[in-house]
Design a protein around this ligand. Structure first.
Ligand code: 13P
Ligand code: SF4
Length: 320
């Protein structure tokens, strides 16, 4: 099912979008960076697919003139912060993030001011304004490693994801002050339905993203970032996995481990709430239009960009 070639796909599309996008890529000297939650077509045409940390590094290192970011706003914003001379395009400017939205800058500024002795570590899923108020940024793949490097006596604020924060506290034994933000997608998984699925697929391992709630994480055989989950399911001897993160990643899982079975963890209701509504605002058609029209572009004030850059650079230094 996932072995369709680009040429086969092109043949089925009225505008031959794959060919048109490939041509624009060369004409513009553009690179398409895509997150694992993007639609399969977008993943297939991307030059690079990765988790937030890998995408930030790819954006920082690219020699392309144009970065087309197939992901959500905070990811494209991070690309602009790291590589400001590039034109950074996001196919749909409304592709936000519920977790980033759960941390309004004015409220966070007051919270930070109330705890002046605390070091602020923020998950990359936040706005440039929150990054600018932070000491260090982290992602799901390096949060534990970064917190472990902070001297024990140093109090820490961890923002904005309370679920990732709780997981890091559990892994490091550090007591951190948590901002109470969360992701609508990762909070939707049903512990009860996962346990029911485990009885049907007794051989399956549960793999989960640390943005999930404790009730889901306690059933996980493995917890990690999207890239870490992808890596784990290839190496594990298990033949079936219940996947507790956005199901877009199953496209790469099936490509890289075609003989294994991947079962999306079900949401609480009979809805599609396990699919990130923001990630899926990007479509192949919008990707084409953004490259054709060179808009919408990610912009920010130089003051915010410079302030947001140093905590990202600290993260990159601390996660080598
Ligand atoms: P990763 O950094 O693990 O890819 O996570 C990004 C994200 O938005 C998870 O919801
Ligand atoms: Fe944000 Fe959640 Fe979507 Fe990730 S899955 S981009 S944290 S809303």
């Amino acid at each position: 099912m996932f072995t369709t070639t680009l040429a086969q796909k092109s043949a089925t599309l009225p505008l031959d979008l794959f060919t048109v996008i490939e041509d624009l890529k060369h004409k513009l000297n553009a690179v398409i960076l895509a997150h694992y939650y993007q639609d399969p077509d977008i993943q297939d045409i991307a030059d690079f697919i990765g988790d937030s940390l890998q995408l930030a590094k790819a954006a920082a290192q690219t020699n392309a003139d144009v970065i087309v970011f197939a992901g959500v706003h905070f990811m494209a914003e991070t690309a602009k912060i790291l590589n400001p001379d590039k034109l950074v395009l996001l196919p749909d400017l409304n592709a936000g993030c519920s977790l980033a939205d759960s941390c309004p800058p004015d409220e966070f500024a007051a919270f930070k001011a109330a705890h002046p002795d605390h070091l602020v570590i923020s998950y990359i899923n936040c706005s440039a304004q929150i990054k600018a108020m932070s000491d260090i940024i982290c992602t799901s793949s390096n949060a534990v490693k970064i917190v472990q490097q902070i001297p024990k006596e140093q109090p820490i604020i961890f923002a904005p994801d309370k679920n990732l924060g709780r997981y890091v506290i559990q892994q490091t034994g550090r007591d951190m002050l948590l901002w109470k933000g969360s992701c609508i997608v990762h909070e939707t998984f049903s512990e009860k339905k996962i346990v029911q699925l485990q009885t049907i697929h007794a051989e399956a391992e549960v793999i989960a993203h640390p943005e999930c709630e404790t009730g889901v994480l306690r059933h996980a055989n493995y917890i990690g970032s999207t890239a870490a989950l992808l890596n784990y399911c290839q190496k594990s001897p298990a033949q079936a996995f219940i996947v507790a993160t956005e199901p877009g990643i199953i496209h790469q899982m099936q490509k890289l481990a075609p003989h294994k079975q991947f079962i999306p963890a079900p949401p609480e209701n009979n809805c599609k709430c396990n699919e990130c509504p923001f990630m899926h605002l990007n479509t192949l058609e919008k990707l084409h239009l953004t490259m054709k029209n060179l808009t919408p572009e990610i912009t920010m004030s130089e003051e915010i960009r410079v302030a947001a850059l140093s905590p990202i650079q600290r993260m990159l230094e601390m996660s080598i």
